[in-house]
Design a protein around this ligand. Structure first.
Ligand SMILES: *[C@@H]1O[C@H](CO)[C@@H](O)[C@H](O)[C@H]1NC(C)=O
Ligand SMILES: *[C@@H]1O[C@H](CO)[C@@H](O)[C@H](O)[C@H]1NC(C)=O
Ligand SMILES: *[C@@H]1O[C@H](CO)[C@@H](O)[C@H](O)[C@H]1NC(C)=O
Length: 425
């Protein structure tokens, strides 16, 4: 019988990978660039009406398909002001199972906020999404419970999210609603924040959390992705013996962090996400905000607006989430953006289901200051099958939703409940 693996064998592997991850995070700074300042449009509440309670019958989807992506959206007309007011109107669902619909008005929709549809790159990059697996598992609590990693949270429906205010979490809309109905787990929605002290042996079996995110087996597309990534991952791990790999995995498991689960009081989803509202633009509205019952004592990350990631020297985005192939561990990655439109980013980051809803951030300097600052500029939507030419052909991409000035104004309004606090980003 094999005894427990001595700590001295485990330590170098784990510590090394964490140090590499943290160093990578530190290095990828766009030194010369500062956060642009934006005058935001105003998103104001028009009126709120009660709706019948939802059925909460939808099942989580590990992967979206048939998304009208960047190419496909080029064929669509720009939304009018009326359209935008429709798309940005939103539902609020409360923890008592009721919901309301709030219609909004949009004002000061100036040049800065309506980004011309063709400002972004139109070059057709050959897709090379899955190179080496560039994900880092942040097992060491010294890092995972410290900023910026500590802003990443787990959503009880099986997704990830990010703290964007003392008590608000940004995530993907599809983690809450499938376009037709709210997900099964939404009425008892909870958010898991990594705890500094783990309960040995018990892993992540905190209240609420597990059980909810049902395993979805037999999903062909999902398996395909996994296979691709695993093949790709091999190159990366060359040189590390197999036994070593499994040891480091085991060590990660013995250090499984535990979560403190916090109840969600209310959830807001833009109407643009709902079936039949957005006509091909739904992918742009794959975001939602959860308000927690109690504010966790964890620093959040501010939102930011950036018109083009590709134009930054490093051109990289970062995000951390809870990929479901590494249960209960926080996984961090960074990568380049391969193509972008006003509302969407395609990128090369490796990701598995479970990381959907992660906050995508970059780091730039604050104007007139020496220090750089991280801000959330998008929400990771996930691996998707995207309509390319409107002729039924599909391609797979990793897609993130960009926070445009309008979406910033809306999310800011959700967070503050007062649009006068949301005039500048
Ligand atoms: C709930 O489900 C019933 C039966 O499937 C359907 O008729 C009803 O429209 C649904 N209600 C909502 C609010 O989705
Ligand atoms: C449900 O909660 C909301 C918000 O707290 C409240 O406005 C509403 O009256 C409640 N409805 C019921 C039926 O309890
Ligand atoms: C967008 O494209 C149109 C035609 O392709 C062009 O006339 C216009 O100047 C472009 N706008 C910007 C801001 O590049």
């Amino acid at each position: 019988m094999m005894g427990p693996i001595p700590l001295c064998v485990l330590l170098p592997v784990t510590v090394l990978s964490v140090v590499v991850a943290v160093a990578a995070e530190e290095k990828a700074v766009d030194d010369q660039y500062t956060w642009p300042q934006w005058n935001l449009p105003l998103v104001r509440k028009r009126r709120t009406v009660p709706l019948t309670s939802p059925n909460f019958s939808a099942q989580p989807q590990p992967e979206l398909s048939g998304t009208c992506g960047i190419e496909c959206q080029r064929h669509l007309p720009s939304p009018s002001l009326d359209d935008l007011e429709q798309l940005l109107s939103y539902e609020t669902v409360y923890d008592n199972g009721t919901r309301t619909l709030t219609s909004v008005s949009v004002q000061h929709l100036n040049e800065a906020s309506v980004w011309s549809r063709n400002t972004s790159s139109s070059s057709r990059h050959k897709r090379e999404v899955y190179g080496t697996d560039t994900r880092f598992t942040i097992t060491d609590k010294q890092f995972s419970t410290k900023y910026p990693f500590s802003t990443s949270v787990k959503i009880s429906t099986g997704c990830s999210g990010v703290l964007v205010s003392p008590k608000h979490v940004l995530t993907a809309a599809h983690c809450i609603h499938d376009g037709k109905d709210y997900l099964d787990g939404v009425q008892k929605l909870r958010v898991g924040i990594l705890k500094e002290k783990s309960r040995r042996g018990k892993g992540g079996k905190g209240r609420g959390g597990k059980g909810k995110g049902k395993r979805r087996k037999g999903d062909k597309a999902k398996e395909e992705v996994q296979e691709k990534e695993e093949t790709a991952g091999k190159g990366d791990r060359k040189g590390k013996g197999k036994s070593r790999k499994s040891r480091s995995r085991r060590s990660a498991e013995s250090e499984k962090p535990s979560f403190k689960w916090t109840k969600v009081k209310q959830t807001q989803v833009p109407k643009g996400w709902f079936k039949g509202v957005a006509d091909g633009l739904a992918a742009d509205y794959d975001y939602a905000v959860l308000e927690l019952k109690k504010a966790p004592k964890v620093k959040h990350m501010d939102l930011g607006v950036i018109p083009s990631v590709k134009k930054l020297p490093a051109g990289r985005i970062h995000f951390s989430g809870f990929d479901d192939d590494r249960p209960s561990n926080l996984v961090y990655r960074f990568c380049s953006v391969s193509e972008e439109s006003n509302d969407l980013l395609y990128q090369y980051c490796d990701a598995k289901p479970g990381s959907s809803g992660s906050g995508v951030y970059i780091r730039l300097k604050e104007p007139g200051k020496k220090k750089w600052k991280r801000k959330i500029i998008g929400v990771f939507s996930g691996h998707q099958w995207v309509d390319v030419n409107g002729d039924g052909s599909q391609q797979d991409y990793n897609v993130a939703v960009r926070i445009t000035p309008l979406k910033y104004a809306q999310i800011c309004y959700w967070i503050h409940g007062d649009s006068s606090e949301c005039q500048v980003a």
